[in-house]
Design a protein around this ligand. Structure first.
Ligand SMILES: *Cc1c(COP(=O)(O)O)cnc(C)c1O
Length: 395
């Protein structure tokens, strides 16, 4: 079960790429689009490009495309910076919406950068706030009336465990808290209904399942009825109502533009905009069904053939994003051995082998071949060499 769009991607011959959850592959057309932008716009127009090529419109134009994919209204998403920055912006704005409360609620499955950003913000605010981290299963119960912002990542980067966005948002609102979702491993991976869930903020990156390229710009969503009241803590000039009036003092733009900080990364946005064409005609529900099918084939085959590996993801597909993780004490070396055989996944400390399933360009044959190679590596202890035990800077 694959979607008929595999030929929209460049994939090296023979490689089985199970890492689109870390860095999506290169969609065809992106090199040409970027090269054309550089030559015809930057090269030929120089600074005139901001007007004649409408570079300033890119963050919202692309934000609108993501909004359409994620059930959000037009003009509720803008692009720029990295996800860590967007987490900070949304969190700071959320705290300002609940001035009488002092708790940021998160869970132990959150990605460290989100927690680090919260720590840094708390420090800046004089240490009067508290970051309360509970187990993922305890999030709803921990939604007490002192929580200002619930800052939760929907899909756990390690295990793939997926939170119920609608249910947790409802619990947050019942407790009077602001809901901030991190959709890093959701956008382009699972159906997302931002409008329907009613959360105040959402953030995410575009280099994972959205294939925007290394360091591609992040997105931030603000619920439409709140945009006008959202205070941008990172009050850069491009979030100003009139950037080119060069006023002495900050006045936020009325719309979602207020969440812009500085100059848009035009080259990166060009790559992302073209990369999103790979989604044309793709139905999220169909993608989800294919992703669950591939994940289930993988789990079944690995459990049958690789007894040393233990499933570290929820068995129930409804509670899993689009990745499957297995624990193995020699997981790092085994992943290096797999990579050497052109089956690309990644490793997350201390012992997680992580595999992403992106049915845009993976089919069942790929998944079965990947398990053949994994079983061969484990059966013959091919991972057990010093070469595969040396840790690289990026795992
Ligand atoms: C990938 C990821 C990040 C990375 O943040 P950057 O600022 O883009 O490096 C942050 N949070 C989560 C939940 C992630 O999965």
């Amino acid at each position: 079960m694959t979607l008929p769009v595999k030929d929209r991607f460049h994939l090296p011959e023979g490689m089985i790429y199970l890492d689109g959850n870390s860095l999506g592959p290169l969609p065809k057309g992106v090199e040409a689009a970027v090269s054309k932008m550089i030559t015809d716009q930057w090269g030929a127009h120089l600074i005139k490009g901001w007007n004649v090529d409408d570079w300033m419109a890119m963050p919202l134009r692309i934000g609108n495309r993501l909004a359409a994919m994620m059930g959000a209204a037009d003009e509720t998403i803008t692009m720029g910076d990295t996800l860590s920055i967007k987490v900070y912006q949304a969190l700071a704005a959320g705290l300002e919406m609940r001035p009488d409360r002092r708790v940021i609620l998160s869970d132990s499955g959150n990605f460290p950068s989100d927690l680090y950003m919260a720590e840094g913000l708390i420090k800046l605010l004089g240490g009067t706030y508290q970051l309360r981290i509970v187990a993922p299963e305890e999030v709803e119960a921990a939604m007490t009336d002192d929580v200002a912002v619930a800052m939760i990542t929907q899909v756990d980067y390690r295990t793939g465990r997926m939170h119920d966005m609608a249910g947790i948002t409802k619990a947050a609102h019942a407790a009077g808290a602001v809901m901030l979702w991190d959709l890093a491993h959701s956008a382009g991976a699972v159906p997302v209904d931002l409008g329907g869930c009613g959360c105040e903020f959402a953030v995410g990156c575009t280099y994972k399942y959205l294939n925007g390229g290394p360091g591609a710009p992040a997105f931030i969503y603000v619920r439409p009825d709140l945009i006008g009241d959202t205070q941008p803590a990172l009050s850069g000039w491009l979030g100003h109502d009139a950037p080119f009036a060069f006023e002495q003092s900050y006045r936020p733009a009325p719309g979602i533009e207020r969440m812009l900080v500085g100059t848009p990364p035009v080259i990166a946005l060009t790559a992302l905009e073209c990369a999103l064409d790979a989604w044309n005609g793709v139905e999220m529900a169909e993608l989800r069904a294919a992703s669950l099918h591939l994940s289930e084939v993988f789990i079944e085959e690995v459990e049958a053939r690789c007894p040393d590996l233990t499933l570290a993801s929820p068995r129930d597909g409804n509670q899993r994003g689009s990745q499957v993780s297995f624990a193995f004490e020699n997981g790092y070396a085994a992943m290096q051995a797999l990579i050497a055989r052109d089956v690309i996944g990644d490793f997350r400390a201390p012992n997680i082998m992580r595999f992403g399933f992106t049915p845009l360009y993976l089919d069942e044959g790929d998944v079965r071949r990947a398990v053949d190679i994994l079983a061969d590596i484990l059966d013959n202890r091919l991972w057990d060499t010093p070469e595969y035990k040396q840790t690289n800077r990026v795992t």
